[in-house]
Design a protein around this ligand. Structure first.
Ligand code: FE
Ligand code: FE
Ligand code: ZN
Length: 276
């Protein structure tokens, strides 16, 4: 069974996202916990959260992914910016306890000229302050394309963050196919790339896949997503990704430039290409 979904708007709450996912043939989805500027999130409606949990159980959903605002930077040189990231992460994780057993994904951050070592230290410091031993959410670092001074463009950088986190049993990695191609890893030579991932991070720590085509060639460090089959990766390589024995059990989430009907068509296509 292929577990696949796409990024959805959270404007109408939790249960509405579950119903939208069902309507497009999805059994997982991703949403932003709040708007990208990271402003105040709406109050959680516990009943709405409960209804989503029931829907997910009834329809055998794979874990869903809450995505932190991508403007947060726990590796900033500015105290206030770092603290804002920390407070927002902590608040999001508190909210995620209403939908226990799911995933919270964030972009590790940008070192903004301070250097990778300092950036990694600042990110691990933040994680060591926000993770709670009894939380029910797995926190994921996303693999990044390496635009600007982004940290997480190599598996080694992600490994170093995880190594510095005391409660890293509560963490994992979300692999974005557009981002790793942009970062310089080959999707055409998927086995080699996954062998490298396994050596550095361990495939057991891979918890979700962002399935995107890329507008740019391998190593471009641009981070521009394309629709499935309309980028430099192409449908065949992405078919290999969903069918790879090390990946095929994971939740796949589309972040392609689509409206709902476009997502529905991509989900249908990918389900037809999946080998049980
Ligand atoms: Fe992301
Ligand atoms: Fe992504
Ligand atoms: Zn991206």
């Amino acid at each position: 069974m292929l577990h696949i979904g796409c990024h959805l708007s959270n404007a109408k709450g939790f249960e509405a996202m579950g119903k939208t996912a069902l309507s497009i043939g999805a059994d997982t989805f991703q949403f932003f916990t709040r708007n990208p500027r990271g402003s105040q999130a709406k109050d959680i409606d516990p009943q709405d959260a409960k209804l989503l949990c029931e829907l997910m159980a009834t329809y055998h959903f794979a874990p869903i992914i809450a995505h932190a605002p991508y403007t947060l930077n726990p590796a900033s040189a500015d105290n206030k910016t770092r603290d804002f990231a920390l407070q927002t992460f902590a608040d999001d994780l508190k909210r995620m306890e209403y939908v226990p057993g799911n995933l919270y994904n964030f972009h590790p951050g940008s070192h903004v000229g301070q250097g990778v070592d300092t950036g990694i230290q600042l990110i691990t410091d933040t994680l060591n302050k926000i993770l709670e031993p009894h939380q029910h959410t797995t926190v994921l670092l996303e693999t990044m394309s390496g635009k600007g001074s982004e940290i997480g463009r190599t598996f080694d950088e992600l490994k170093r963050i995880l190594d510095g986190v005391k409660l890293n049993r509560l963490m994992g990695v979300c692999l974005d196919t557009c981002h790793i191609s942009d970062a310089g890893y080959s999707i055409a030579r998927l086995d080699d790339t996954l062998t490298e991932f396994d050596k550095q991070i361990g495939l057991k720590n891979l918890k979700a896949i962002h399935l995107n085509d890329s507008l740019n060639p391998q190593g471009a460090h641009k981070d521009r997503h394309a629709k499935i089959g309309e980028g430099t990766l192409g449908t065949k390589l992405l078919e290999n990704v969903i069918n790879h024995p090390a990946l095929k059990h994971l939740p796949f989430c589309l972040e392609t430039p689509n409206e709902l009907d476009g997502y529905a068509a991509e989900i249908k296509l990918l389900r037809s290409l999946y080998k049980e």
